[in-house]
Write a protein that binds this ligand. Structure first.
Ligand SMILES: [Zn+2]
Ligand SMILES: [Zn+2]
Length: 410
């Protein structure tokens, strides 16, 4: 699990603010669920035979005897909240977004931290493909907002209860003859979750996948229409996509649409999502259609920081306060307070007594303006304003300080 250090906050702010702005423009409301949920929620929702629940959940027993888990993903908690607070009553479909830490007990490696952050949106209560498209479009606006170009969208459908069993059988028939050549994980998956065989990254399994049947050949009429309409809508919106018949995603609750976003600079996908019309039922409710997405913020930030994005986040601080002498130092906090209440971010290094040391700090801070407050200025009720770009300086009365500073920051 990583610390997010002060030097990196500009990137988190940039991406975090972009996510919020874009979600709000698309009329999603913010929802925040607890980091800790009953483990059963994820077992029922994500599926006990998925990697997430089988191997990657941080779950433990509380002193009270409940089995809880740090949330590995955001959709099941949102659906829990949907039922608990009858959110469908207030808006149908419900459109919400979230942003925050998720936890998975994986072997730590670049791009797969055990605590990672996701931004996601959910549209719950409507099965129309226009909403699948809406979820894809809000993501593309997000990528656009953080100036990430060359985003690649892979898309597939997983069918429904009517057509999926036939395809699953065909898939099993295909793999049965080749079972001995599959990796250990896949041999296990064969019985429990055959779709995951398509998801395996082992070389032998990848090779075998090439000849596997694809679901498009087995879709029922409804699923076929749904997928066709979705593709028509995104084409209408000039979205470039790549059909990927083997894209399945690692969660049980998806049906019909699944999709993933990739960026050339990132070895893993930036995120993905899909339709989850059966999730509500798996959690013990009635059937409520839904569609959503989750994007990995660490991966997006890595991509944004990379060469392809021409973003130079601005520093907030433009003013640095320098005080020389005990008396000047003593009255500094009060005067700086006036500036801060006027909305000016003020830096300082007041613990250093010498002018030289403080000026060094001014240079490091790369500010536009330095205010220099010494013994003489205290006595006269003035302060020196130095323009750090031109080197010119001017003495002004303290009573005009805010006005004079504002004039120079304009
Ligand atoms: Zn179907
Ligand atoms: Zn495998």
């Amino acid at each position: 699990m990583n610390d997010i250090l002060p030097k990196d906050q500009i990137w988190w702010d940039l991406v975090g603010q972009a996510g919020r702005r874009v979600a709000e423009l698309h009329n999603f409301s913010f929802i925040e669920t607890p980091l800790l949920e009953s483990a059963a929620l994820f077992e029922a929702g994500i599926g006990v035979n998925t990697d997430i629940v089988e191997k990657e959940m941080f779950s433990f027993r509380t002193k009270g005897g409940d089995t809880v888990a740090l949330r590995p993903e955001g959709t099941a908690p949102v659906m829990r909240s949907y039922f608990q607070h009858q959110l469908g009553y207030f808006s149908s479909p419900l459109k919400v977004f979230y942003s925050g830490p998720m936890f998975r007990y994986e072997r730590p490696q670049a791009g797969r931290e055990r605590q990672f952050h996701q931004w996601g949106v959910e549209i719950i209560g409507d099965g129309d493909p226009v909403y699948d498209a809406a979820v894809i479009l809000v993501c593309l606006d997000f990528f656009n907002e953080v100036k990430l170009k060359d985003i690649q969208l892979k898309i597939n459908t997983l069918g429904c209860r009517v057509c999926r069993p036939t395809y699953r059988q065909k898939l099993k028939d295909y793999y049965r003859l080749r079972k001995s050549k599959l990796c250990k994980d896949c041999q296990r998956r064969y019985d429990k979750n055959a779709f995951r065989l398509l998801d395996c990254k082992e070389e032998e399994c990848l090779k075998m996948r090439g000849g596997a049947p694809i679901i498009l050949d087995y879709l029922c009429q409804n699923c076929n229409n749904h997928f066709k309409s979705l593709l028509e809508i995104i084409e209408d919106n000039n979205v470039v996509y790549e059909p990927d018949s083997y894209l399945v995603r690692g969660l049980d609750y998806y049906n019909r649409t699944v999709f993933q976003f990739h960026h050339p600079s990132s070895p893993q996908e930036l995120g993905g999502g899909g339709r989850y019309d059966y999730l509500a039922e798996l959690l013990g409710g009635r059937m409520i259609p839904g569609v959503g997405v989750a994007l990995g913020l660490e991966r997006i930030i890595d991509a944004v920081r990379g060469r392809n994005a021409n973003i130079q986040p601005k520093l907030g601080m433009k003013i640095f306060w320098v005080a020389v002498g005990d008396q000047a130092q003593k009255s500094s906090l009060k005067l700086m307070g006036q500036l801060r209440r006027a909305g000016v971010i003020v830096g300082e290094n007041l613990g250093r007594k010498s002018l030289r040391a403080q000026l060094k700090a001014v240079n490091r801070a790369k500010v536009k303006v330095a205010l220099i407050f010494g013994q003489k200025e205290v006595f006269e009720g003035t302060i020196i304003i130095r323009d750090m770009e031109t080197g010119g300086q001017e003495t002004v009365f303290l009573k005009n300080l805010i006005e004079e500073v504002r004039k120079r920051l304009r």
